[in-house]
Design a protein around this ligand. Structure first.
Ligand SMILES: Nc1nc2c(c(=O)[nH]1)N[C@H]1C(S)=C(S)[C@@H](COP(=O)(O)OP(=O)(O)OC[C@H]3O[C@@H](n4cnc5c(=O)[nH]c(N)nc54)[C@H](O)[C@@H]3O)O[C@H]1N2
Ligand SMILES: Nc1nc2c(c(=O)[nH]1)N[C@H]1C(S)=C(S)[C@@H](COP(=O)(O)OP(=O)(O)OC[C@H]3O[C@@H](n4cnc5c(=O)[nH]c(N)nc54)[C@H](O)[C@@H]3O)O[C@H]1N2
Ligand code: SF4
Ligand SMILES: [Mo]
Length: 731
């Protein structure tokens, strides 16, 4: 059987797969043992690649709406309609009348890495809503403020650390996030085997927690208090030690004053973690020869998300673990711009504008997804009248899907770039379906920048494009042309323009490999069969390793670029040119955390969970993944179940700010007392969708419990974990 190599695009681990092919079908997938990074690791999602690729519910041709119904059409007609609708609307109502929604798989496709910035540049709208505000925006904000670059995210050095403190992440099920590590589970086991320690802070006894030396079942939403207390103990007991970084850090004394009130004794009741344990955690962190603090969703989509993410790195800095092997380091990806000389930068600006209706500050030019519905509904200047949604399903992934569902129905015009007709794309006037992943080339523009080892790999398409299909890069390029009044032009013109602009700048920068060269001659040397490949070649050439696409193609299993290396001070782009340990916006948010010390905890709060055989809202259509223990149940601790009169398997009513849902109860002591858990991405029972397997087992949409008003104020990120609920038996 012929085989082809393909990097798995289904989660952040980016495993190399070997696909077996039969004609134009993928018949199997196994881990590529020669992959320089993943060394043969694969999980059940990757193993289902063939089934996912061949899902008969995937759209095969573009759809347009006529007389209220979506029907198949030609690409020409689909883009023609966009060209007739969007530019006149912008003319009439202004740039902000077009909203853009960018969902998670944009970081898993080449198209999503290369074209959305160009689309946003062409549209010049401020109404940009991303899945980041349902996820990691607090990390971008905290690292933006501390290091001057929102993408400078320190990553735990899993292979060399001696001590890992995990805050609200469950990599045994998620396979890791903002920490790209194929076989994360194996790396945690190896840490323990070499005598290192693993501590997991999570209100649920997850599979990751079960692997740990210590599991701290914290009360949800209180991690910022816990971490502030750890910081307090480091100062109080003289355990800080910045090491060689000391010269590059400012604000150390200011942080000491800022955490003064957060003693272990003061936070213990709120966190429901005893003061002695908190002191032990701080001492162990400080004593470890190398340690890393790592936080994800459970520390991010919470009321103090930015503060939690800030404190994660404060602890890394104060213990001397930032930028040190075995600690938390900054990856250097092959397509990052070549490093400029160290020195002050422009810094990270936050809140340069605000959302129109509720005045939420922008972050990275993005607005809270939770505010999308009101921006569509509320009349006035700058109201969103048309929407372009790329790889997003906010009807299920964002708060109050019912309201958003109604709002999308009121739009004048909507485009979805999506392989499925689902809860969101069913509202589109034009659906542009990308081909299945085996027919697309792959490069990880995003995840190489978060990987635990520097490496680079490229997968050309494993199978040729089926007749009638269009590569997603070309879809994006034609979409850009259609909205900018250039419908019908050669899509390569979009890439040529980017290459031209990039080179015009690069040739003037002394640290660039293209410095002083003739931009046209340089552009003529680029190889690649498509515009996207030429752009990749350019980025590799201008990158820190001076690679080329040809060189990368010679190594189908990838090129290993070595373990992570220290990058401070070169990488810092703050105005001071140093690590700013207590940025002003953070200091201004601390009174809110102090007030939390005196708040009475809610009796019952809800947290999410992920299942290894699921991925957000869009893999429930794959039969081998959507079965068995991958279920949408409300997990309840036995004591809470007894108190509330809930029976295992019986339906319960869950109520919160945003509404009410019903779900079957699963009694389990893996959730702590006072906490219930429901997974997200379910609720596949709306009409007009075409996901037949998902519809057989729809589950309920947990985000219907939220009304979109609970946000982390600095980042605009929705509070999806740790919000109060009432649960009662359904009779
Ligand atoms: N309650 C709760 N809600 C959550 C979370 C939670 O933990 N709890 N997690 C949040 C997080 S971390 C995230 S990232 C968001 C995700 O939020 P979204 O990005 O809105 O949701 P996804 O379910 O990932 O939807 C991805 C969409 O992309 C489409 N798609 C799949 N592959 C491709 C492709 O190759 N190209 C294109 N163009 N489209 C594709 C799918 O069909 C689907 O419509 O959800 C968030 N929502
Ligand atoms: N199988 C699978 N893999 C995935 C995904 C998926 O849906 N399924 N989604 C992908 C995406 S988009 C992302 S962003 C990543 C996310 O990757 P992770 O962050 O590892 O994902 P989760 O499994 O949601 O882990 C969050 C943990 O936080 C805990 N938690 C909830 N509230 C709190 C709190 O207040 N404090 C603390 N300390 N913990 C809390 C939850 O119990 C949960 O175990 O996973 C990615 N990988
Ligand atoms: S761990 Fe992630 S990248 Fe690896 S095979 Fe599974 S889904 Fe794919
Ligand atoms: Mo995510």
């Amino acid at each position: 059987m012929p085989t082809a190599l393909r990097i798995c695009p289904l989660c952040e681990a980016t495993c190399g797969l070997t696909l077996t092919l039969d004609g134009n079908r993928v018949t199997g997938a196994r881990g590529d043992r020669e992959d320089v990074f993943s060394r043969g690791f694969i999980c059940p999602k990757g193993a289902s690649f063939g089934e996912l690729d061949a899902d008969p519910d995937r759209l095969r041709a573009p759809l347009v709406r006529t007389d209220g119904t979506l029907r198949e059409t030609t690409w020409e007609e689909a883009f023609g309609l966009i060209a007739r609708r969007v530019p006149p609307l912008v003319e009439r109502c202004g740039a902000n009348a077009v909203g853009v929604v960018l969902g998670n798989p944009n970081v898993h496709t080449m198209a999503g890495g290369l074209y959305p910035p160009v689309l946003l540049g062409a549209l010049r709208t401020r109404n940009v809503f991303t899945a980041s505000t349902l996820d990691q925006m607090p990390k971008h904000v905290s690292t933006g403020l501390m290091f001057g670059d929102p993408y400078a995210v320190p990553v735990p050095d899993l292979d060399r650390t001696a001590h890992l403190l995990v805050i609200g992440a469950n990599p045994l099920d998620s396979n890791g996030s903002l920490c790209t590590a194929p076989d994360f589970p194996g790396k945690l086991k190896a840490l323990r085997e070499r005598g290192g320690t693993l501590t997991v802070v999570d209100p649920r006894r997850t599979r990751t927690a079960r692997l740990a030396d210590r599991h701290v079942a914290i009360r949800p939403g209180t991690d910022a208090l816990l971490l502030a207390a750890l910081t307090h103990v480091l100062y109080e007991e003289g355990l800080t030690g910045l090491g060689p970084q000391a010269a590059h850090v400012e604000g150390v004394a200011e942080v000491q004053a800022a955490v003064e009130e957060f003693t272990p004794e003061a936070v213990a009741a709120a966190c429901d973690v005893d003061a002695g344990t908190i002191r032990t955690l701080a001492r162990e962190l400080a004593a470890a020869p190398a340690a890393a603090v790592y936080g994800r969703i459970g520390g991010s989509t919470v009321a103090y998300g930015t503060l939690t993410n800030w404190l994660v790195d404060v602890l890394n800095v104060l213990t001397g673990n930032l930028d040190r092997p075995g600690g938390a380091l900054f990856p250097l990806s092959a397509t990052a711009p070549a490093p400029r000389p160290a020195g002050p930068g422009k810094g990270f600006a936050l809140g340069r504008w605000a959302s129109r209706v509720s005045g939420h500050p922008e972050a990275k030019g993005e607005l809270p997804m939770a505010a999308l519905a009101e921006e569509i509904e509320t009349p006035g200047d700058g109201r969103v009248r048309a929407l372009i949604s790329i790889a997003a399903n906010p009807v299920l992934s964002a708060p109050d899907g019912d309201r958003l569902d109604r709002a999308l129905g009121e739009l004048d015009f909507m485009v979805s770039v999506d392989p499925y007709l689902n809860e969101t794309s069913r509202h589109a006037d034009v659906v542009l379906p990308p081909p299945p992943p085996a027919q697309s080339a792959h490069f990880d523009f995003a995840f190489n920048g978060f990987a635990v080892r520097d490496q680079v790999r490229y997968s050309p398409a494993a199978l040729p494009l089926e007749t009638g299909r269009m590569d997603e890069c070309e879809i994006h390029a034609r979409l850009i042309l259609a909205v900018s009044g250039m419908h019908g032009a050669d899509p390569g013109a979009v890439d040529d323009m980017v290459v031209e602009r990039t080179l015009a700048k690069a040739v003037t920068e002394p640290h660039s490999p293209a410095y002083g060269q003739d931009p046209e001659e340089y552009a003529a040397r680029l190889t690649g069969r498509t515009g996207a490949e030429r752009r990749l070649d350019l980025m590799l050439r201008l990158g820190p390793y001076r690679l080329t696409l040809d060189r990368l193609r010679e190594e189908p299993h990838g090129i290993d670029l070595g373990p992570l290396k220290p990058r401070i001070p070169q990488l810092l782009k703050t105005r001071s040119g140093r690590v700013e340990l207590l940025p002003a916006p953070i200091a201004a948010d601390l009174p809110r955390l102090r007030a939390a010390l005196r708040e009475r905890p809610a009796e019952l709060v809800l947290v999410g969970r992920r299942h290894l055989r699921s991925n957000n809202s869009w893999m429930h259509n794959i039969r081998t993944l959507n079965r068995g223990s991958n279920t949408c149940t409300l997990q309840v601790h036995p004591d809470d179940a007894a108190r509330l009169g809930l029976a295992d398997g019986a339906p319960a009513r869950v109520q919160a700010d945003g509404g009410e849902i019903q779900a079957p109860v699963e009694i389990t002591d893996t959730v702590r007392r006072g906490v219930v858990s429901l997974p997200h991405g379910w609720g596949h029972d709306r009409p007009g969708t075409r996901m037949s397997v998902a519809a057989e087992r729809p589950g309920v949409n947990v985000n219907q419990l939220l009304d979109g008003t609970r946000l982390d104020p600095l980042s605009g990120t929705a509070v999806l974990n740790g919000f109060p609920v009432h649960v009662s038996p359904l009779r």
